[in-house]
Design a protein around this ligand. Structure first.
Ligand code: NAD
Length: 274
């Protein structure tokens, strides 16, 4: 049995995860945490959700009010600031962490990695298992086509998403840039990641990898990596049609990380794609 606490419990992802935990026989919800000023703090979680949720659990306003020695894994889908607080508390209590929050700047990311290195932690900008395959395929295609295949990344999400471009799009661009920069012996400089285009842009710079972000309606999450050259193009696309794809992947990861030694892991570790 894996005992889980969900941090960001009433958010879109938190709710999806709690509903899924209630359906899984080997998982049990032992804690649910929200921001301290959330109006439902103190209410029974069973009154907020459907399914088999233990009666005694109330919505907490802080992770540190839980008995963390009774929690195997904390699952976090919140905001970068809250995720850093969560990482700190998990580190102090030596509790494993699955973190799906996106939108960290580079300083926050560095701080996060520093905090979690002494606990088992998996961080992923996208927990859907299909997206990990997209990351892997993007690397494989980049290795096999030359840089005449110009690469652009298009991502689409719902209108509530707070950060752009998505963490997944940034990682896809970095995979392409890192492989091309390693392969390239040209003196004309490194491949650069760019965000969108407007105005008199001139002809396309061969050394750019451009990310385009769409925000509209209820789109759950879509990513396309396009490799185009004269006469043909390759497109790799992943579409998540429901948040369950992320929630299932996060819970698959929680089962995996429970058995791991302290370390900072990603989905390639979880899925054996390294
Ligand atoms: P959301 O806004 O619906 O939910 C976030 C929740 O976090 C809210 O309920 C909010 O009250 C809560 N929260 C904020 N501060 C808190 C604190 N200090 N303590 C506890 N809870 C706190 O957002 P969402 O759509 O559920 O997404 C959450 C995060 O997960 C975002 O960064 C999003 O980009 C990311 N996300 C990641 C994946 C993935 O697979 N990695 C998938 C979907 C979303």
């Amino acid at each position: 049995m894996v005992k889980l606490a969900v941090y960001g419990a009433t958010g879109r992802m938190g709710r999806t995860i709690i509903n899924l935990i209630a359906k899984e026989k080997d998982l049990i919800l032992v804690g649910a945490v929200e921001r301290p000023d959330h109006p439902a703090i103190g209410e029974k979680i069973s009154s907020l959700f459907q399914g088999e949720i233990p009666e005694e659990i109330t919505l907490e306003g802080s992770l540190s009010t839980l008995q963390l020695e009774q929690v195997d894994v904390v699952v976090d889908f919140t905001t970068p600031q809250a995720a850093l607080q969560c990482a700190q508390i998990c580190q102090e209590s030596k509790t494993a962490l699955v973190s799906g929050t996106t939108g960290f700047d580079s300083k926050q990311q560095e701080k996060f990695e520093n905090i979690v290195k002494s606990i088992p932690c998996v961080q992923a900008s996208n927990f859907s298992l299909g997206t990990s395959i997209l990351f892997w395929l993007t690397g494989e295609v980049t290795k096999r086509v030359d840089s005449q295949y110009e690469t652009e990344i298009i991502e689409a999400h719902h209108h509530f998403k707070k950060d752009a471009p998505s963490g997944t799009a940034k990682r896809l661009a970095k995979i392409v840039a890192d492989i091309r920069n390693k392969k390239s012996k040209e003196p004309s400089g490194e491949f650069q990641i760019k965000y969108g285009r407007a105005g008199q842009t001139g002809v396309r710079n061969q050394k750019e990898i451009c990310i385009h972000s769409i925000r509209a309606g209820d789109i759950v999450g879509e990513h396309t990596v396009l490799f185009a050259t004269e006469g043909e193009r390759i497109e790799l696309t992943h579409r998540a049609s429901s948040r369950e794809a992320f929630a299932k992947g996060a819970l698959f990861t929680a089962r995996w990380v429970k058995k791991k030694n302290p370390g900072f892991y990603d989905m390639f570790d979880v899925l054996g794609l390294k």
